[in-house]
Design a binder for this molecule. Structure first.
Ligand SMILES: NC(=O)c1ccc[n+]([C@@H]2O[C@H](COP(=O)([O-])OP(=O)(O)OC[C@H]3O[C@@H](n4cnc5c(N)ncnc54)[C@H](O)[C@@H]3O)[C@@H](O)[C@H]2O)c1
Length: 435
């Protein structure tokens, strides 16, 4: 059996059964009933230093009373819950100091001490009982949580470190959209899929940053509404009914922008569609539909606008990819293919046109709260259950708001991102960190 010793700092309140150790002087005798075990002090210190947790695991060996300890031997005592480590211990203050240590339950409490064992003296009797463990207290002060208010999982409801972390995770995260900080003043921008979700947020953010925004979408009432909203907020927007899956429609849009404005500074290729299914449940027409909107739309528009950008030796093309452009997910066969293609298209264009001053980047969002996600959820028998699963795949345990993706688009469109091209700008709340 291995015993866990936690070497505490002075002033800490002990966990129930915390084992407190210190180094004895060379030649000191072990008194009757005093130590529960000894171990080599140097080795102990090395182990403590090597462990991230500051916890030392030792085999239980009770030294005999009367035996003389070597310099650096670490002697330990069990103290009661709630006691505080204040000063050098006296035998009278040792709560449990006899009997073989193997009879005591191994201590599972975890704290993270930093103080070397030879600086630790030890055990008072007068400290008040507290309902918060030392680890919980430290975590609480870092995280700004009142640990004393928590119903903990320790004995008698005492809050432990893990309770504080759980409380911190369940706190609502509040983020408000800051005002645009990068200027796009008087730049000419096209945003596709701008009637809804992320595209609508990009159109808003571009207009707020000073751009003239062509609101391009296949949804007639949606584009009209978005243009109205932008103008109402003091921005400049133009309605551009467009089907990105059609080459003629894409070319007509670029011709119009160039003839009305003389140039195009920003193309945000955002329009996209999804589908739930494996290779076996994705019929050819679904794969073709996703390919035509998600990939060919970018191809048609980029191909049409690029010559004018190259001529001016400036321009920013922003392609909306996805984390599924970098990894795969079950049941997203067609979508994953198309988003990987967006990453490839972006990198290939960036490489070919790097020296021209035209920059081509893509954004890889995790889940974003938009009608797109609602539509995918409806394809599952239990949408709420699947929604909870989706949320759980992100380290932040939430989905993004559309403005959080739009903020990246503003940066990529701005001159501040002048050295960025061919990048896969990941904004995923930690989705790609691991599962
Ligand atoms: N929402 C997410 O979780 C998420 C995550 C990663 C990437 N994305 C990508 O972000 C982009 C926007 O997604 P969203 O969530 O805002 O979706 P959304 O469904 O809210 O909006 C998509 C918009 O694209 C338009 N559109 C569809 N087909 C079109 C076409 N042929 N021509 C022109 N417009 C067309 C729709 O009318 C709609 O207004 C998509 O490329 C999507 O793949 C979304």
């Amino acid at each position: 059996m291995l015993i866990t010793i936690t070497v505490p700092r002075l002033g800490w309140t002990m966990e129930e059964g915390t084992f407190v150790g210190w180094l004895k002087q060379d030649g000191e005798a072990v008194r009757e009933g005093e130590p529960l075990f000894t171990l080599d002090g140097d080795k102990a210190l090395q182990e403590i230093e090597a462990s991230d947790s500051g916890i030392l695991r030792i085999p239980p060996e009770a030294p005999k009373p009367g035996s003389v300890v070597r310099a650096g031997d670490l002697l330990g005592y069990l103290v009661a819950e709630g006691e505080e480590l204040k000063s050098k211990p006296a035998p009278a203050q040792v709560r449990q100091s006899s009997g073989p240590f193997v009879d005591a339950a191994p201590v599972d409490a975890v704290t993270t001490p930093q103080q070397p064992a030879d600086e630790i003296s030890a055990l008072p009797s007068s400290a008040p009982e507290r309902a918060v463990s030392p680890g919980a207290r430290r975590a609480a002060s870092l995280l700004g949580i009142d640990a004393a208010q928590l119903q903990g999982t320790g004995s008698g409801g005492r809050a432990r470190e893990r309770d504080v972390l759980a409380a911190s995770r369940s706190r609502p995260q509040e983020f408000t959209r800051p005002k645009a900080s990068f200027s796009l003043q008087d730049k000419i921008a096209i945003v596709t899929g701008a009637a809804s979700g992320i595209g609508a947020a990009i159109a808003d953010a571009f207009a707020e940053a000073g751009a003239i925004v062509y609101v391009a979408d296949i949804n007639e009432s949606g584009v009209a509404e978005k243009v109205k909203q932008i103008e109402k907020s003091g921005g400049r927007a133009r309605l551009a009914l467009t089907n990105v899956a059609e080459q003629a429609s894409c070319e007509a849009l670029i011709r119009r922008v160039l003839s009305e404005c003389g140039s195009c500074d920003i193309l945000a290729n955002n329009a996209g569609v999804g589908h739930v299914g494996t290779i076996l449940t994705t019929p050819p027409e679904e794969l073709a539909r996703l390919w035509s909107v998600n990939v060919q739309g970018m191809y048609f528009l980029s191909r049409a606008v690029l010559p004018s950008m190259i001529e001016r030796r400036r321009g920013s093309i922003i392609n909306m990819a996805s984390t599924l452009g970098l990894t795969a997910m079950e049941d997203r066969f067609a979508y994953t293919i198309t988003k990987h293609a967006v990453v490839g298209l972006t990198r290939s264009m960036a490489l070919d046109f790097g020296p021209t001053g035209v920059r081509i980047n893509c954004i890889c969002p995790g889940r974003v709260e938009t009608p797109f996600v609602q539509a995918r959820l409806r394809e599952y028998p239990d949408p709420e259950k699947f929604r909870a699963q989706m949320v759980a795949t992100h380290a932040q345990k939430r989905m993004a708001q559309p403005w959080e993706i739009a903020a990246a688009a503003v940066y990529l469109a701005s001159d501040e991102s002048a050295f960025m091209t061919g990048s896969t700008f990941v904004i995923d709340g930690g989705y790609l960190c691991g599962k």
